[in-house]
Design a protein around this ligand. Sequence first.
Ligand SMILES: NC(=O)c1ccc[n+]([C@@H]2O[C@H](COP(=O)([O-])OP(=O)(O)OC[C@H]3O[C@@H](n4cnc5c(N)ncnc54)[C@H](O)[C@@H]3O)[C@@H](O)[C@H]2O)c1
Ligand SMILES: [Zn+2]
Length: 401
Amino acid sequence: MRLPSARTVPISPTEADVLVQRFSVPYEYPVYFTEGVLAPENPTLARALCLQEPNRRHRFAVVLDDGVARAWPSLPTAARAYADHAGDCMQLLSDPLVVPGGETAKNDPQALGRVHAFLDRLGIDRHSFVVVIGGGAVQDMAGYAAATAHRGVRVVRVPTTVLSQADSGVGVKNGVNAFGKKNTLGTFSPPHAVLCDRLFLSTLAPRDLRAGMAEGVKVALVKDPAFFRWICDNKNDLAALERNVVARLVRRSAELHLAHIATSGDPFEQGSARPLDFGHWAAHKLEVMTNHALRHGEAVAIGMALDTLYSKEIGLLGGVACNQIVSLLRSLGYPLWHDAIAKTDASGRPLVLAGLAEFREHLGGELTITLLADIGAGREVHDIDMPTMLRSIDLLLRAGT
Ligand SMILES: NC(=O)c1ccc[n+]([C@@H]2O[C@H](COP(=O)([O-])OP(=O)(O)OC[C@H]3O[C@@H](n4cnc5c(N)ncnc54)[C@H](O)[C@@H]3O)[C@@H](O)[C@H]2O)c1
Ligand SMILES: [Zn+2]
């Protein structure tokens, strides 16, 4: 009797036997913009937990950024009261696990281990939820912990900073730092839902409010000239951290980041390009070189200024646009220089340039750096001309001091 086989053509002795597996999984998650997520009359969190199975009672636990815990001391009580109020659809399993906020969350492996242990202790399974309330660093770390617990438990993100509401918290990545490099360990894991509560921004330090806006400028520069003009028109209010104007920047930036992930054709970054990482090769290196004295957004502002100057020096970007960008960054209050940029190795080469190789390694494939062909028009290049980059660093020194 002949056995059924997927192959009809006989296999030659030199040919491999291959079965091709193919499937696709659609992703969809809502990003809500709201105020007072834990006010009992606000249905957003309950709605987010019940999206897929409205008739079940959903178990959840909260991981909380310690900066948020300090600024909002009544939050654990509010979470308990919210869960009691919506008790038919949700069950809060414990008091929040408070973890260190800021880059410590991503640098300290014990913080990651504590989240894993917390999820284990509560018996969080793949149908339970982890609600992460905090800035981009805590979102990255707790998101990574959740993605690796039981091979991925559901995460509802409540990002509490400008940066995490405008960029990282609405996207699909998480990660922690390791081996002296940023985001070395991490996964692509779309959240179940994202709740951006603008009230949280009212307690954020001015420095963090300003730093986070850099990601809005970045996405305008590579994607949306009209948004860049809007930022220029509102630069005084933004520099003064005027709440409503900052909230509009956050909202538009989030929209553009979401649109890029949905429509770029490469949501999980399998290719070499990463247009939303304009200015980031230098930024990531500077963050590590300064031992995170520079905030991510501050480092991105410097990295963008450098790559803008370089874009002009290689003749890709016009001088008027270049001046406009550098002047906007200055008006928004970003320092455009840090002495770490001048640090050199034994051969006199700036150490920051090692960021190019690390960036390539992180992406895989060939070196791909996004530069600017115009405002709103990112352009990928695969080579960096070192003498021109060194000249751009000199220009940055003059522009930034
Ligand atoms: N995953 C991604 O796609 C992605 C994208 C961009 C940036 N990031 C990462 O995001 C991180 C930076 O995140 P960030 O800018 O949100 O800063 P952050 O998470 O480092 O937080 C900054 C400080 O603000 C505190 N804080 C947070 N919310 C607060 C609030 N509402 N009130 C008072 N204090 C509050 C924190 O405790 C911390 O001390 C970096 O690690 C960066 O690499 C990730
Ligand atoms: Zn960034």
